[in-house]
Design a protein around this ligand. Structure first.
Ligand code: AMP
Ligand code: GLY
Length: 423
């Protein structure tokens, strides 16, 4: 059986490595993949947003199942297009992917169905938005409605910052049409928890919880990034919190999407904040998180393809989804300068005794050499019996990987360890 995976980052590498454990799979094609993924799959130089070329490729390569991993193709309707030619897919159709594609949609959904989230207002008129930030509570959070490569959220600590954020999105169009409307919402406080879930539109099965580290520098300093490292499980996600999330957030969201005529199938990502009043939704993503996937899938004991197919077929209720009792840590090795400008083209080498999982996010193969080719370059994941062990093993491995201009956070998992010691 041939499988197609759309995407080309560390998340896709983790998905592909996990899929490969299923021995009924003959060939995995990655579109476009990357220089590291090329060691585990057949990479084809077709961009993840080039839906026409993806469909054409799928038609002619005997594809039995497709996994659409990134947000852009999902929101653009890649699953709809592949379904039209009879190819079953993992991932929501465009109608359901709007839960990530439009923050105004997701906020209105939560309001309508009483799902706990930050108070908010949606604006399509810049003058009105500016007027609102003159009197609203500060800090306040300004979000571009549409997709913005994870950069469309500005936490404004002052009124002036809020006004500047509104202007840059609505008048300066820094995120293109994604900023034509903005959501302005209440600033929430508390630890963040990522929960990815499998769902077939009826049943929702949470995966092991995780914690992202979004800021570029140690102690949560520096710019917001796509994520500089992750750990799983998240110690703030206690059984009591999990139960509240299931009853107040996960099940109501799946039911709401179904009631709206937009049943969600695939991976629904809940970005949560554990506030004093309880867990609240910060954001939904219509896909696996990056780099959450790089710690969640290594702890999954069930066969990934079987579970993915159950989300497509509507049989998730009868499918076992099992995770280990251990822990995982992923440290992102990035290029110095990320998330802004950085140099590329440096050779990546690992010592012979490197003993961890190397997920490649931004690298290309040239003359047999792996060269850096992105801001986030590698995700180094280690697993262990507990979080301490996983963190230690991950950093031992990071020290055995070398490329010029490499930088990484030294404190991935420290906040989680502190929380564990306080419990
Ligand atoms: P998002 O892209 O929606 O995940 O937002 C990026 C980050 O901004 C989140 O991970 C939070 O750390 C922060 N954030 C988003 N919304 C809020 C909010 N209402 N209050 C406080 N922080 C927020
Ligand atoms: N790590 C956050 C995301 O994938 O959006």
């Amino acid at each position: 059986m041939n499988i197609l995976v759309v995407g080309g980052g560390g998340r896709e590498h983790a998905i592909i490595k996990k899929l490969k454990e299923n021995k009924t799979i003959d060939t995995i094609y990655a579109l476009p993949g990357n220089g590291g993924i090329a060691q585990d799959a057949t990479c084809v130089n077709i961009g993840a947003k080039d839906l026409d070329a993806i469909v054409e490729f799928a038609k002619t390569n005997d594809i039995a199942y497709a996994v659409v991993a990134p947000d852009d193709p999902l929101v653009l309707g890649c699953v709809d297009r592949l379904n039209e030619i009879g190819i079953p897919c993992f991932g929501p159709d465009a109608k359901a992917a709007i839960i990530e594609g439009s923050k105004a949609f997701s906020k209105d959904l939560m309001r309508k169905y009483n799902i706990p989230t930050a108070e908010y207002q949606v604006f399509t008129d810049c003058a009105e938005a500016l007027k609102y930030v003159e009197t609203c509570n500060i800090p306040v959070v300004v979000k571009a409605d549409g997709l913005a490569l994870g950069k469309g959220v500005i936490i404004a600590m002052t009124r002036q910052e809020a006004a500047e954020a509104v202007k840059s999105m609505m008048e300066g169009h820094v995120f293109g049409h994604s900023g034509d409307s903005v959501v302005i919402e209440e600033f929430l406080e508390g630890p963040e928890i990522s929960v990815l879930s499998f769902t077939d539109g009826e049943t929702v099965v949470p995966m092991i919880s995780s914690m992202d580290h979004k800021r570029a520098l140690d102690n949560d300093q520096g710019k917001n990034t796509g994520g500089m490292g992750t750990i799983a499980p998240n110690p703030y996600y206690t059984d009591a919190v999990a139960e509240r999330c299931m009853n107040e957030i996960f099940v109501p969201t799946i039911r709401a999407m179904k009631a709206e005529g937009r049943p969600f199938k695939g991976c629904l990502y809940f970005g949560l904040m554990l506030t004093k009043q309880g867990p609240k939704v910060i954001e939904y993503n219509c896909r696996f998180g990056d780099p959450e996937t790089q710690v969640v899938l290594p702890l999954m004991e069930s066969d990934l393809l079987t579970v993915m197919q159950a989300t497509t077929n509507g049989t998730l209720k009868d499918t076992e989804v099992k995770f280990s009792n251990g822990a995982a840590c992923c440290v992102i090795m990035a290029s110095n300068g990320y998330p802004e400008s950085y140099d590329k083209g440096f050779e990546i080498k690992a010592d012979a005794d490197f003993d961890a999982c190397m997920y490649v996010a931004g690298a290309k193969l040239e003359d047999g050499k792996l060269l850096t080719n992105g801001g986030r370059v590698l995700g180094i994941t280690a697993t262990g019996d507990n979080l301490n062990q996983a963190i230690d093993k991950a950093y031992v491995a990071v020290n055995k990987v070398h490329f010029d201009n490499a930088f990484y956070r030294k404190d991935i998992g420290q906040r989680a360890l502190k929380a564990l010691s306080e419990n």
